[in-house]
Write a protein that binds this ligand. Structure first.
Ligand code: HSE
Length: 421
C-alpha cells in the first residue's frame, strides 16, 4: 500500500459500482498485504482486509486477481512467483522486475496457465502496452520514441522554465511521488531504458536485456545547454527511442534536442509522451501522466478488470512475450546509426581554434550545420563554442569527439547531445 497501492485501493473501494459495471460482476477488495499493519492509511478500507501475511492471499481460493505493487527485484520476484503458483493472475506496475526477470516470470505464468498484465509498468496512465499489443496488432511498428521518465522531464522543465537548480527540482519530484525509491535510476536513464526494453519486446519482438539499451541520463545537462538549445529552436528532453532499419534495431535512451513546434517539445512536468510509427497506421502520438498515484492506479485497475472479464488471459496467451530465443532481433551497429549532433565545448579564444575543430570533424566526414560563439564581455581566455552537425554516424561522432577532447585548445570534455529527428 504505497503510492500506487493506495490509489488502486481507492478506486476499488470508492468506485466499486463503476468497476462492477465494467467487469460484469462485483469485484471485492478482499485483502491488502502490507509490511506494517499499524500504519495509518489514506483510504478507508473494509474491516479486516489488512494483513501482513501473504499466505492470507495465496491460500484464499476466492481471490483470483492480485495487484502486485511491490518495487525492486527481491522480494518482488519471489512474491510474484508465489502468487502465480497459488493460481492467481497478477497485475504489476514493476517495470524493473519485468525488464530483469520477464523471461522467467512469463515462462512460469505460461506453464501454470496464469497471466501477467503490466500496462502500469510503462508510462503510467498512458495505455501504451495495450495499444501496441492489441490496438496496433495489424502493424509492423517501424519506430517509437518518447518521454518515459516523468521525474527527468519534471526536472528539465523546472530548470528550463523556473531556472530551478537540479537538486531542488529532484526533491520536488520525490515529494510528488514521481521518483523511484532510488532517484538515480530516474535521472541516469535506467528507468526509461527498462521501459524501452519492455516496449521493444512488444513492438519489435526484441528480447533485449535492458542493460544493452544505450543509455545516458540527464545528469550531464546544464542550464547553459538548455539556453543554447533554446537559441537554436530546441528543448532538451530525455528521449527513449527504438527504430528499425535494414541494419537492425537501435535502442537508446539519451537527453536529446527536440525541435520546438512539435508535440514532443511541448511535453512538460511529469507528463510522458510516446510517438509510434506503424506501417499501416502511420504516426500516432500519446500523451498523459506517466507517474503518480491515480494515473498509475488507472492502468492497474483497468488490467484487473481485463483479468476479471477474461480479455487479458486471451491476450497473454496469444502474445507469447519473451518467448523467443535471445538475440532474435539483431541490434544496429553504431556505424549504421545516423543522426544529427549538438556539441558544446569550452575552447581557447584565439586564431585557428575553430579551424582545428572543424578539421577533425571534416576528417571524420561530419558536416557542420551551424556554429554559435557569442562575443565575450571582457577578454575571457575561454569561451563556449556550440556546433550543430548534419547527420553523422554514431561511430564517426564518437571517434571525432575523442580527438577533439584531446586538442590543447579544448579546455573541458564539453557536452555532446543528439538531435531527435
Ligand atoms: N519513476 C518513474 C518516473 C515513475 O519518474 O517516470 C514510475 O515508472
Amino acid at each position: 500500500m504505497g503510492t500506487v497501492g493506495t490509489g488502486v485501493a481507492r478506486l476499488l473501494v470508492e468506485q466499486q459500482q463503476r468497476v462492477a459495471q465494467r467487469a460484469g460482476c462485483r469485484v471485492e477488495l478482499a485483502r491488502v498485504v502490507v509490511r506494517d499493519r499499524t500504519r495509518p492509511r489514506e483510504v478507508l478500507l473494509p474491516a479486516g482486509v489488512v494483513t501482513d501475511d501473504l499466505s492470507a492471499v495465496t491460500q484464499d481460493r476466492e481471490i483470483r486477481v492480485v495487484a502486485h505493487l511491490v518495487g525492486g527485484l527481491e522480494p518482488a520476484r519471489s512474491i510474484m512467483l508465489r502468487l502465480l503458483e497459488a493460481g492467481k493472475d497478477v497485475v504489476t506496475a514493476n517495470k524493473a522486475l519485468l525488464a530483469e526477470h520477464g523471461p522467467e516470470l512469463f515462462d512460469r505464468a505460461r506453464e501454470l496457465g496464469r497471466s501477467i498484465a503490466f500496462d502500469a509498468a510503462v508510462a503510467g496512465g498512458i495505455p501504451i502496452v495495450t495499444n501496441i499489443a492489441q490496438c496496433l496488432a495489424a502493424n509492423q511498428i517501424l519506430s517509437l520514441h518518447g518521454i518515459l521518465n516523468g521525474t527527468s522531464n519534471f526536472i528539465l522543465t523546472q530548470m528550463e522554465e523556473q531556472q530551478t537548480a537540479y537538486e531542488e527540482a529532484l526533491r520536488e519530484a520525490q515529494r510528488r511521488g514521481y521518483a523511484e525509491a532510488d532517484p538515480s535510476l530516474d535521472v541516469n536513464g535506467t528507468d526509461a531504458a527498462q521501459k524501452l526494453a519492455i516496449l521493444a519486446q512488444l513492438a519489435f519482438g526484441a528480447r533485449v536485456p535492458w542493460q544493452q539499451v544505450a543509455r545516458e541520463g540527464i545528469d550531464q545537462v546544464t542550464l547553459a545547454d538548455i539556453r543554447f538549445a533554446h537559441e537554436l529552436g530546441y528543448r532538451i528532453r530525455l528521449i527513449a527511442q527504438g527504430r528499425l532499419s535494414a541494419s537492425g534495431l537501435e535502442l537508446r535512451v539519451a537527453p536529446m534536442l527536440v525541435r520546438m513546434g512539435g508535440p514532443m517539445a511541448d511535453v512538460r512536468d511529469a507528463y510522458n509522451a510516446i510517438s509510434v510509427v506503424g506501417d499501416a497506421v502511420g504516426r500516432i502520438f500519446y500523451h498523459g501522466l506517466g507517474a503518480g498515484q491515480m494515473p498509475t492506479a488507472s492502468a492497474v485497475v483497468a488490467d484487473m478488470i481485463d483479468m476479471v472479464v477474461g480479455r487479458m488471459p486471451i491476450t497473454f496467451r496469444t502474445l507469447k512475450l519473451w518467448d523467443q530465443p535471445d538475440g532474435a532481433q539483431a541490434l544496429c551497429p553504431p556505424e549504421h546509426q545516423y543522426r544529427r549532433f549538438y556539441m558544446r565545448l569550452d575552447v581557447v579564444d584565439r586564431p585557428g581554434v575553430l579551424a582545428e575543430i572543424a578539421g577533425v570533424l571534416g576528417r571524420h566526414t561530419i558536416s557542420i550545420a551551424s556554429v554559435i560563439q557569442h562575443e565575450q564581455q571582457g577578454d575571457g581566455p575561454v569561451v563556449p563554442l556550440v556546433i550543430m552537425t548534419h547527420r553523422a554516424s554514431e561511430r564517426n561522432m564518437e571517434r571525432a569527439l575523442v580527438e577533439i577532447r584531446r586538442l590543447a585548445v579544448v579546455q573541458s570534455p564539453g557536452v555532446c547531445l543528439r538531435v531527435l529527428e
